[in-house]
Ligand binder design. Structure first.
Ligand code: TYD
Ligand code: MG
Length: 467
């Protein structure tokens, strides 16, 4: 009776199909379907008539209120990592650390394991990618050799769980990476979606049972060739994304999902010759390479989670040689840029149809806040008018479609940070007039058109005085 059903699993999203197709119906990616033998528990386990029905077991239902303890947390020893997780590692939780290959995941985690081991807790680092000697070498270079981290180069999940279940339960287990793990229970090859999912499931079960905190490393690749950690995202308690670009030494750790804490905090690190250095005051770092006095740069006073963060927004507006002008943006939202450009055209008389527009957030940071609208607009107009903005001013405010500048949250914190870093002026929404400014001079702006007129006037003046 039981007919072997072959399953084709999309290596990008994990969707199963009964036959091979060029395009995955789940995610729309091409050439991602791979045959993974007998559909290993994904699509078609024989159900129905052939199988005896199991009698259900009764369980107790609990009230919503009750005295359950707060999730016990353990500070990892890296303050920036704790900030992002919401206060430290939670017992029995599983965390996915996702990021591009080479971004520094292994480095960060060996540092975290060492920091934890130094406080007297048991930390285990399992590498499926590097040999023990390689990990040792790196630890030596980072000056961590004295920490009592337990190392192994293993890829069999059964062996790992058996080893870790013996003796004192480790407080932290690092699995580097989940893509290299495999379990006997599943036939398909290591690295396939089914294996990744099956291995993750076993490690999650181990974490819940033993109370150890487990961190899974997952490589993200743009093409769907290697099974992405996407498929385990919904299984784990928290997903942290480690970001940065190759040309900068800054690395940003961001929570994408967090069952035990907020998702809006970021951790900032700097990649140095001695590993990742925590950056307690990121504003200083992001403003360290400012190009003072050149047009097209505005400092944005932003907020990331609970922490104010000052960053330079750079714009270049140049006449285009193409039929359709280019709009390129790094570190900000493309549609947000289109909106700001449309408002500049419609309400401020700034014609950009014949210009290429480039916008960049310095230092490789990615800004999500609409509060950056005003700073981006200022940078754009400054570039177009060849009028450098005052070097001692910060900008924040949301631009509405009507061209009005709308208020944003946490004005006081933004102003305080600007003051701390030596700025003397802030260009703010009208609603922030009268805000305690701590010696900072405030310039409230009601409409974007007012700001544009101001900057244009600066440009004219600068040209007249011949600079
Ligand atoms: P790694 O942690 O191996 O990345 P991942 O595990 O995410 O693939 O780090 C890789 C890069 O980090 C590598 O290109 C070299 C750089 N690096 C430093 O600049 N300084 C250091 O101290 C270390 C250990 C690595
Ligand atoms: Mg690595």
């Amino acid at each position: 009776m039981s007919r072997r059903t072959l399953a084709f699993i999309c290596q990008n999203c994990g969707a199963a199909a009964g036959r091979w197709q060029g395009k995955c119906e789940g995610c729309g990616e091409w050439n991602t379907l791979v045959e993974e033998g007998d559909s290993a528990g994904v699509a078609a386990r024989p159900m129905g008539p052939g199988r005896p029905a199991r009698k259900g077991r009764r369980f107790a239902l609990e009230p919503l209120a009750g005295d359950t303890q707060q999730a016990p947390r353990l500070p990892s020893g890296l303050a920036e990592l704790d900030r992002v997780t919401g206060g430290g590692l939670v017992r029995g939780s599983v965390l996915l650390m996702a990021g591009d290959p080479g971004i520094g995941k292994s480095t960060l985690l060996i540092q975290a394991a060492a920091a934890l081991a130094r406080t007297g807790h048991r930390a285990v680092y399992i590498s499926g990618e590097e040999a023990v000697a390689q990990v040792r070498l790196r630890a030596e270079r980072l000056g961590l050799s004295d920490a009592k981290v337990e190392l192994a180069a293993e890829t069999s999940v059964e062996d790992i769980v058996a080893t870790l279940s013996e003796g004192k339960t480790p407080r932290l287990v690092i699995i580097d990476s989940i893509q290299t793990m495999w379990t006997d229970a599943i036939e398909s090859a290591p690295g396939t979606v089914t294996q990744v999912r099956g291995s993750a499931q076993m490690l999650i079960r181990f974490a819940k049972r033993s109370g150890a905190a487990v961190i899974l490393v997952g490589h993200v690749t743009k093409d769907g060739q290697i099974a992405g950690p996407r498929v385990v995202e919904h299984m784990v308690d928290a997903v942290l994304s480690f970001e940065g670009d190759g040309s900068h030494q800054f690395r940003i750790l961001r929570a994408v999902k967090n069952r035990f804490g907020p998702t809006d905090e970021i951790g900032v690190f700097e990649m140095t010759g001695l590993g990742l250095r925590e950056v307690a005051n990121p504003s200083e770092l992001f403003l360290s390479e400012r190009d003072l006095g050149s047009p097209g740069a505005a400092v944005f006073a932003g907020i990331e989670g609970t922490r104010p963060l000052l960053v330079e927004i750079q714009a270049l507006v140049a006449p285009t040689s193409l039929g359709t002008p280019r709009r390129a943006v790094v570190g900000w939202d493309q549609s947000r840029l289109s909106m700001v450009l449309a408002v500049l055209e419609a309400h401020c008389g700034v014609k950009l149809g014949g210009h290429d527009v480039y916008l960049n957030v310095a230092g490789g940071l990615r800004i999500m806040e609409p509060a950056a609208d005003l700073a981006a607009s200022a940078a754009l107009v400054s570039s177009l008018a060849h009028a450098p903005l005052p070097a001692d001013a910060v900008y924040f405010g949301e631009v509405s479609l009507s061209g009005a500048i709308r208020p944003v949250a946490q004005t006081a914190a933004r102003l305080k940070e600007a003051k701390k870093l030596g700025f003397t002026r802030a260009i703010v929404p009208e609603a922030a007039r009268g805000e305690v400014s701590d010696g900072l001079s405030l310039t409230p702006v009601a409409m974007l058109a007012n700001l544009v007129a101001d900057i244009a006037e600066r440009g004219t003046k600068a040209r007249r005085t011949g600079t």
